[in-house]
Design a protein around this ligand. Structure first.
Ligand SMILES: Nc1ncnc2c1ncn2[C@@H]1O[C@H](COP(=O)(O)OP(=O)(O)O)[C@@H](O)[C@H]1O
Ligand SMILES: O=C(COP(=O)(O)O)[C@@H](O)CO
Length: 576
């Protein structure tokens, strides 16, 4: 249960504010997150990490000398937006390039990827690395599909220590890739977590049972077994990880590992120590030498009761980096030398959103209808916020309602501001697109940003918004979402509703049907397709590791898209 909060939608922002106020010796707040208080030494590669809130000390608590140079911090269980990441990366950049590091979640991959593109376009040398240590999230043959959990710490640290040694960007990246390839985690859980403001946990584990193969977003485990003793838990964790050694570690005998026994939020330190006692003994029995173990909370999931074991199989180089001194709010070891010279805080950019491009009278009239449609969109999301969260919690992380609400509210507000400045339909939509992606983060933030932007580009600020321009915009939105997310129909994502929506609209408009009737037909197609996703097994996104659990429940993103298209039809219908 999360008891202490004000407005649940402000929880992440308020927590970050308090964190920064309490840790001024280490960090400085910037738009989108925090950077080291002392800045990045000139000429040093900056390691910028990030992810959703709800995982403290990941990610802000890992910013400090010997560890990350900055952290982009998203909403609860949602990736930070590309804009936040870009802002933190620019503030952390010490002139030698930036390595962006994050867990391998759909929203993170989309937003960090977009941020990397923007930074590169601005002349910042940038590389990305997604941590993939959780062996329960995909088989050994699909390492790139695995998600990042407590293995974040050793992989981030290897990269940051390599940066501190003065290595160039590509060497820092290679070091991070090597550390990631040699890091494996596995976990178990006894109860799920409750998001701020929610009345019940994202999942429950029956009395006397444990979930095996946990995620860090209260995702249910991939299996269930009887509740173990501490020794049995230790045996399960160790034996599972010893069965999957990295390719270049032929046997545990004589190997050396960094070991992390991580508490997920409500397992007591003493309980962790009781488990660690046996973990250490079992590893010793297998001939493994433990190097500087960590037992405590390093990547959490609110009040989830769970524990995970991480092993990073060391070679001489990785061992030196793991042992290197660090001084971050949540991870300190060794003694650091005097800091190298760092440039002062980099200026935040001025807000250039005031002026809008000139627009024709026709386009400004259309912009008023767009605003009404965005109001209806936000209204239907508000009305269904709990239902969307409930659907997402079946096999995902339960935040779809909250994310859509933050995004659609911000989009409506930005659109209203642009309209008041005299913007045309295209600019109103592109401002709404940016606001949605920037405020919401998460997978749906990136995808809805893409949808609104495609529509805005198709409508422009000069021409009349004809039915065929709208249909072209929706067709481009459908292509853009598939390009960005890599999902196709049948993967159980919003694409399953978006493609039939776009295709039906385009066909009806091409057949000469007026926009309102064509949209009606398309919204009906989206509704049926969204309902039919209940019978699909997810192949993308957060729900994938829990495929069977999601059978019988539609995809949250497909359902919200269908609700939105129907609400927008109400506006078109009313207008004509
Ligand atoms: N690769 C993808 N392409 C298109 N849509 C996706 C993809 N991955 C996930 N989704 C959609 O995103 C929805 C979840 O959105 P959101 O709650 O923002 O996710 P998260 O919490 O994982 O960031 C899913 O229900 C699905 O419709
Ligand atoms: O949830 C996180 C980011 O992934 P999404 O796919 O946006 O949910 C975050 O908590 C871990 O980085």
């Amino acid at each position: 249960m999360t008891r202490l909060f004000n407005d649940p939608t402000a929880f992440a922002d308020e927590a970050l504010e308090g964190f920064a106020a309490a840790h001024r010796r280490w960090v400085r707040s910037v738009t989108g997150g925090v950077v080291r208080a002392g800045g990045t030494p000139d000429g040093e590669v900056a390691v910028v990490v990030g992810g959703g809130s709800g995982h403290y000390p990941a990610f802000s608590g890992l910013v400090g000398r010997g560890l990350a140079h900055g952290a982009a911090v998203g909403n609860v269980f949602a990736s930070p937006s590309a804009q936040q990441i870009r802002s933190v990366a620019r503030a952390a950049h010490g002139g030698a390039g930036v390595l962006l590091m994050y867990g391998n979640y759909a929203g993170d991959v989309l937003h960090f990827g977009q941020a990397a593109e923007r930074l590169a376009g601005e002349g910042v040398e940038v590389r990305t690395l997604a941590v993939t240590d959780d062996i329960s999230s995909a088989g050994p043959g699909q390492p790139a599909e695995r998600r990042g959990i407590a293995g974040d710490l050793p992989v981030f640290k290897a990269a940051a220590a390599a940066a501190e040694e003065g290595l160039p960007l590509d060497e820092v990246l290679r070091t991070a890739e090597h550390a990631n390839a040699r890091t494996r985690s596995f976990g178990i859980a006894f109860s799920g977590c409750t998001l701020p403001g929610a009345g019940h946990p994202l999942f429950t584990v029956p009395e006397g049972r444990m979930a095996v193969g946990l995620g860090i977003h209260g995702e249910p485990g991939i299996g269930e077994e009887p509740l173990p003793t501490a020794d049995e838990a230790a045996r399960l964790l160790v034996s599972t990880l010893l069965k999957e050694l990295p390719d270049d570690v032929p046997t545990p005998e004589g190997a050396r590992t960094a070991v992390i026994l991580n508490g997920l939020g409500s397992v007591k330190y003493e309980e962790l120590f009781v488990v660690y006692r046996t973990v250490a003994a079992l590893l010793a029995d297998a001939g493994v030498e433990i190097v500087e173990p960590e037992v405590g909370e390093l990547v959490t999931s609110f009040d989830m009761a769970g524990v995970s074991l991480t092993l990073t199989w060391l070679d001489d180089r990785l061992e030196r980096l793991w042992r290197a001194p660090a001084d971050a709010p949540a991870h300190r070891k060794g003694a650091l030398e005097a800091p190298a010279a760092a440039s002062g805080p980099r200026e935040e950019e001025a807000d250039d959103t005031a002026a809008v491009p000139p627009a024709s009278e026709e386009s400004r009239e259309a912009a008023a209808t767009v605003l009404t449609a965005l109001r209806a969109l936000a209204g239907t999301v508000d009305e269904h916020v709990e239902e969307l969260g409930r659907i997402d919690a079946v096999a995902g992380d339960g935040d779809h309602g909250i994310g859509m609400q933050r995004g659609s509210t911000a989009a409506h507000r930005a659109a209203a501001e642009a309209l008041a400045l005299g913007a045309g339909a295209g600019t109103v939509l592109t401002r709404a697109a940016d606001a949605w992606a920037d405020r919401a983060g998460g997978t749906s933030g990136a995808l809805w940003g893409t949808i609104l932007r495609a529509l805005g580009t198709a409508l422009g600020d000069q021409d009349a918004p004809t039915a065929s321009r709208v249909a072209d915009g929706v067709t481009e939105a459908s292509a853009g979402v598939r390009r960005l997310g890599g999902a196709e129909t049948g993967d159980k994502t919003m694409v399953d509703a978006l493609v039939p929506f776009a295709d039906t609209l385009a066909d009806a408009v091409a057949a000469g049907e007026p926009l309102t009737g064509a949209w009606d037909r398309a919204a009906t197609a989206a509704g049926s397709a969204a309902a039919a996703t209940a019978e699909l097994l997810p192949r993308k996104g957060r729900a994938r590791p829990h495929a069977e659990k999601s059978l019988g429940t539609p995809d949250a993103g497909a359902h919200s898209l269908a609700l939105i298209t129907r609400a927008v039809h109400g506006v078109l219908h009313h207008d004509h």
